[in-house]
Ligand binder design. Sequence first.
Ligand code: NAD
Length: 369
Amino acid sequence: MKTYRICLLPGDGIGPEITAEAVKVLAVIGERFGANFEFSEALLGGIAIDETGTALPEATLRAAHGADAVLLAAIGGPKWDTTDPDKPRPEQGLLGIRKALDLYANLRPVRIFAALRDASSLKPEYLEGVDMLIVRELTGGLYFGARGREAGVEGAATGGGPGLRAYDTMEYREFEIERIARTAFEAARTRRGRVHSVDKANVLESSRLWREVVHRVHDADYADVELIDQLVDNSAMQIVRNPAQFDVMVTENMFGDILSDEASMLTGSLGMLASASLGDGTALYEPSHGSAPDIAGQGVANPLAMLLSMDLMLRHSFGMHEAADALTSAIEGVLADGWRTRDIADAGTLPQRTVGTSAMGELIIERLG
Ligand code: NAD
């Protein structure tokens, strides 16, 4: 039996509650699909600050590097909010671990669960067949290029005269584009075989290099995948006009940041969104939501985004596609039967079908059989 080592980072707020469900469900998946999951648990975020004085302790980094995958719940909360630049902040843990693992590809699936269709801000007819994966470049582009400010720049002040100038630089190197393109093409091969590469090649030089390299990689190694170039402004429009056209969308860091938030709202629910951050070594999986301090400790948090992140882990880190498919259909089945946590309940939900975190976990386990 194959053994997979998973580093758990429960973090803060609702993190430990949803992590507990993930562990329970994984145990059942392991039994049913013949895998052995070994867990180590480490500190990250606010709890790490409380116990060690830093948001990303060395021991956590060692545990992450030594694992086959990292499963992170959520970090942060009002207790650690500070504007004092000398005080540690929980987010430093998150950014630090992404950097330390060199996680250059962020994957965010946008899938509509039939039972939750009414939660979307789009009319149901626009959601038919929506199942897309956004592959966002995570360690390059505008967020990491040279930036600065200059004072006394002639003509910069309103009405002329010396004033301030600020700049950010969008930079990409060939290898950065090549590796993210490969991630997208590989993902497309396991899905419907189509990649939209999103850029602004009519204006930006970095986008022209992006397009060149994406096509080079495609023609050399992925000619079986359909490749479509799309300008980012058009993509923003197409996501709400005809989202079902997309299978995999690959794009640079800032475009991906904006488009993935736009696309995530097609699902209408924060408690259902998963993400994977991949590099060439250990990958990290986490729900898109935060630590929900307003409901922490009440046993009402929705564990499904965490379970959907686990679905990504099973696929991308362990190649357990059958197990991941079973998990997805268990989630679909439970929702189709009308079960809801409070955040996804609506006027049509029967009060006796509104359940807490742990009951939702049990329902998924029952379905997994
Ligand atoms: P949030 O995502 O934690 O919560 C927003 C709203 O959604 C809240 O009303 C919350 O109760 C609800 N919600 C979120 N996840 C839920 C779930 N699984 N089940 C049910 N309801 C859920 O965002 P926020 O309130 O802006 O931030 C709270 C803290 O989380 C902050 O400290 C923030 O910095 C941190 N945060 C962490 C991450 C991360 O760990 N990746 C991401 C975003 C925010």
